[in-house]
Design a protein around this ligand. Structure first.
Ligand SMILES: NC(=O)c1ccc[n+]([C@@H]2O[C@H](COP(=O)([O-])OP(=O)(O)OC[C@H]3O[C@@H](n4cnc5c(N)ncnc54)[C@H](O)[C@@H]3O)[C@@H](O)[C@H]2O)c1
Length: 448
């Protein structure tokens, strides 16, 4: 198919590159000329495994990029919208979606060939049929169902594994205002025959996306709240608690292999220093705000958000338990990205952790395998030192705080093995074994 994608961030570009790899003719549109230039040159504007290879294969061939939205839309039969939907103040900001719908509508004015417009951005239920559809109709002069299809096809990719997630989709949710729209979205995914599909209306599709993220966030805050109680009571390791919980047949896929192998289906039930990123925090807040506006307060989700906001401070508390005064103490924070495999630092728990340590007077050094460049933007110039290597980061530290589960950080015990004065390692992700370093503490690990 001839596909235009408006908004070429994580979702738009990964979708575009993966669809190009499936043989579609894709044009990516962005208002950011630097991003467009990078894609045109075959360079990924952000860190994502597998993306450079896809760009090398398809950029300049069946994957092109432009700032000219009108030309891209007119040359296509289907337009996907993947612009940002940030949470601002009290509610989701749909300004980028509305502007994109207006510009797409204007591009479609005068044409007669059927065109399908599909929202890929995460938008609160009611946005596609209540805002996008009328905006498109008003600016195109067309009627939905006549020469205009309007749909919603949520994205479920996870940054860090986004390309692999697209290739091995677990579901395809197809929300359309009519059958013709649903069929058009379906054709985009030719070649994904074995993947379960949910064909529904746009509102239900929008809600499926929020329900999915809200459930994951709830699992995380639930476990973190248990971890905090376990630590306060003492003698409870929440990692073991959750392993025990996982073995329930409700949460574990019982595989009938001879080895009796079982696979946890809920890896989000892990104690940690809270969720971050561009999705879970804002999506939980946006759904809760949408509920309030509809007169249905989402009390559970409000609590999920509140627990998550407090969780990074628990990590600072663990440091202060051993170092009541942090004035001048050299503390190294490992990980700035909100999760491994990405350089995305939006809403990263590393920010409140570092700010808490700075407030307490610590001398903070940070290190991230790919997101070091974000340090100045996060903390301001000169407030933290940025280490160039993991070894350099931990050398001379009195405390090492692990915030992101980068696989590289498994090297920390080996790096500290010969240290004359081994630091306290505070593990915000429970990724290191307790006995692997001289002084260890971690989230959800109460005193014996
Ligand atoms: N990042 C994720 O992991 C993820 C996963 C699933 C869903 N989502 C959702 O997908 C949407 C996009 O997220 P993202 O992380 O890719 O955002 P992003 O900020 O990385 O990218 C959005 C892009 O849209 C561009 N843009 C904004 N207005 C435009 C316009 N009128 N015309 C052309 N380009 C325009 C911006 O310049 C930017 O490059 C959001 O709704 C998000 O909630 C994100």
């Amino acid at each position: 198919m001839r596909v235009a994608i408006v908004g070429t961030g994580y979702v738009g570009l990964v979708t575009g590159a993966c669809l190009a790899d499936r043989g579609h003719e894709v044009v990516c549109v962005d208002v950011d000329a630097a991003k467009v230039a990078a894609i045109t040159a075959g360079q990924a504007p952000f860190h994502e495994a597998g993306l450079p290879e896809l760009l090398a294969r398809h950029a300049g061939r069946n994957l092109r990029a432009t700032t000219d939205l009108g030309a891209a839309v007119r040359a296509s039969e289907i337009t996907l919208v993947a612009v940002g939907t940030p949470f601002r103040g009290q509610a989701i900001d749909l300004g980028f979606v509305e502007r994109a719908a207006r510009e797409i509508g204007e591009a479609l004015r005068g044409g007669t060939d059927w065109h399908t417009v599909v929202i890929r951005s995460t938008v609160v239920p009611g946005t596609t049929d209540g805002l996008v559809l009328p905006t498109l109709e008003q600016h195109s002069g067309r009627r939905a169902g006549e020469s205009l299809g309007v749909g919603m096809n949520p994205e479920f990719l996870t940054e860090g594994t986004a390309v692999a997630d697209f290739v091995r989709q677990d579901r395809i949710v197809i929300g359309g205002v009519d059958e013709q729209t649903r069929d058009a979205i379906d054709r985009l995914y030719a070649g994904f025959e074995g993947v379960p599909r949910v064909r529904t209306n746009p509102r239900t599709a929008e809600m499926i996306k929020y329900a999915s993220n809200a459930l994951l966030a709830t699992a995380i805050s639930f476990t973190n709240e248990l971890a905090n109680l376990g630590a306060a009571l003492g003698g409870i390791d929440t990692r073991e608690v959750m392993r025990g919980v996982h073995l329930s047949r409700y949460l574990t896929a019982q595989d009938a292999t001879p080895a009796g192998w079982t696979a946890p289906v809920a890896s989000f039930y892990e104690a940690g220093c809270g969720y971050g990123g561009s999705c879970l925090p804002k999506d939980v807040k946006a759904l809760a705000a949408h509920g309030r506006a509809a007169g249905v307060p989402m009390r559970l989700l409000e609590a999920v958000d509140a627990v998550n906001r407090d969780q990074p401070a628990r990590l600072v508390d663990l440091v202060r338990r051993r170092f009541p005064s942090l004035a001048g103490v050299p503390v190294t924070v490992l990980g700035l990205a909100f999760k491994p495999g990405t350089d995305d630092v939006r809403e990263t728990p590393a920010k409140p952790v570092v700010e808490g340590l700075l407030e307490a007077g610590a001398r903070v050094t940070v290190f991230d395998p790919v997101a070091n460049g974000a340090a100045e933007g996060l903390f301001g110039p000169g407030r933290v030192a940025v280490a160039g290597s993991l070894g350099g980061a931990v050398e001379g530290a009195s405390v090492v705080v692990l915030v992101t589960r980068w696989p590289e950080f498994a090297e920390v015990p080996a790096l500290l093995a010969q240290s004359p004065e081994p630091p306290l390692v505070v593990d915000g992700r429970r990724m290191l074994e307790r006995a692997s370093v001289a002084h260890y503490d971690g989230i959800g690990l109460g005193d014996a």
